[in-house]
Design a binder for this molecule. Structure first.
Ligand code: SF4
Length: 403
């Protein structure tokens, strides 16, 4: 009355909507949502998940009653591309693992071990203002200073994935079954296949992703070598990926009742922990990964971008088929186009191959394969644009400073 206001056209809300923490990968704060629709758009256009529009994805439950689906019950594949475009911070990665990791570091009974994938290393340089330089050795020092007992390079098990997947591909080629082989190291793609293409599951490679291979090596082998129970080892991975949080909690990835990977940090969360620990990153000395899993090839580093898995596998397959004599040209795997298709000759064998990133492009490729328009023997799929370097856990894409 003092101000002469006659009518409140937009009354303020008096209640706060609860956070949706149902997803292992993504937290949604409906109070910050401005219904801009960018998350729905990226999910439909890039990831091809267009069946529900806003409805049943969740969101402002106070505004539209139909949007009451918890994220964990929606068709979300946990890739986190919605986080990368949300302008208000209504969608963020589920960072609950940070507290678990601090608790494990403080627990004298736990041996806390960290593995770090290729993609976060360059991104951490950018996060700390050093530009696109290789800061791998500084990152190793920072992780040790945080309190990790051992720091390993996921490239070690990327090499193992290459060997396993190549042998599986060769075996399927000989038998002529379950072709084309689809790669299985991207958990966003694996979940998409489970939800939308169960008929393709026998075509997926049976290999674990490098993250899960490392978890298994650490819990099943390395813990024994150290003389500790798998339950007393706490394995953390630093990944560019929010879907890896979901992958780590899949029930098949356990040893004696303990998860092979206990907690996953995105690149952004790893940077946050380094800052929380008061570490001045730019002044750190450099140091090496721990032995005995320090040895790795340059091939495993390629896993960070689209085409890298295919390039590694075909190089290895060619080495086997040609008995290490001669070279194959795998140039087609490089570059950021969403779909790359090529036929290459490896000795007397002609291999038809495809590399695809983004699930919209993947869906189009699957339609061509299933209609008979395209005949390929192996397909690399990465859910995120450009592969893992464009993962939902990477810093500051699209100048979004709210992540
Ligand atoms: Fe994760 Fe890489 Fe797959 Fe994206 S492309 S969901 S970052 S594994």
């Amino acid at each position: 009355n003092d101000y002469g206001i006659k009518r409140l056209r937009y009354p303020n809300r008096t209640t706060m909507a609860p956070l949706d923490t149902s997803s292992l990968s993504i937290v949604r704060d409906p109070n910050k949502c401005i219904l801009c629709g960018l998350c729905v758009r990226v999910c439909k256009e890039k990831q091809g998940i267009g069946v529900w529009d806003f409805k049943n994805r969740g969101s402002r439950t106070d505004i539209v009653a139909a949007m009451d689906q918890p994220l964990s019950e929606s068709a979300c594949i946990n890739c986190g591309q919605c986080i990368a475009v949300c302008p208000t911070g209504a969608l963020t990665s589920n960072s609950s693992s940070i507290q678990e990791i601090w608790a494990a570091i403080r627990d004298p009974k736990k041996t806390v071990v960290c593995q770090i994938a290729p993609a976060p290393r360059a991104a951490l340089g950018e996060e700390f203002g050093l530009g696109s330089v290789d800061v791998t050795k500084k990152v190793v020092t920072a992780l040790r200073k945080i309190g990790f007992d051992k720091v390993f390079d996921t490239v070690f098990t990327a090499d193992m994935t290459t060997i396993e997947e190549s042998n599986e591909f060769l075996s399927r080629l000989v038998k002529g079954e379950n072709l084309p082989l689809f790669t299985s190291c991207c958990p966003g793609w694996v979940k998409y296949a489970e939800e939308f293409h169960p008929e393709l599951l026998s075509n997926l490679s049976s290999c674990r992703s490098p993250q899960q291979m490392f978890g298994a090596v650490l819990k099943k082998k390395y813990a024994k070598e150290l003389g500790i129970a798998p339950q007393d080892m706490f394995v953390v991975s630093v990944m560019p990926c929010t879907a890896k949080k979901y992958e780590a909690k899949r029930p098949e990835f356990t040893t004696e009742g303990a998860y092979d990977v206990d907690a996953v940090l995105t690149t952004v969360e790893a940077a946050r922990m380094i800052k929380e620990a008061g570490i001045i990153f730019n002044t750190l000395e450099e140091s090496e990964f721990d032995q005995p899993m320090q040895q790795a090839t340059g091939s495993g580093v390629l896993f960070g971008t689209t085409g890298g898995v295919m390039e590694s596998v075909i190089r290895y397959v060619a080495g086997k088929l040609l008995n290490a004599e001669g070279r194959v040209d795998v140039e087609f795997t490089r570059g950021m186009e969403d779909t790359k298709i090529a036929s290459i000759n490896v000795g007397d064998n002609k291999l038809n191959l495809a590399v695809v990133n983004g699930l919209s492009a993947t869906e189009a490729l699957i339609q061509k394969i299933q209609s008979g328009e395209l005949d390929v023997q192996a397909v690399e799929v990465m859910a995120c644009p450009g592969g893992c370097v464009g993962g939902g856990g990477q810093p500051f894409q699209n100048d979004n400073e709210h992540r």
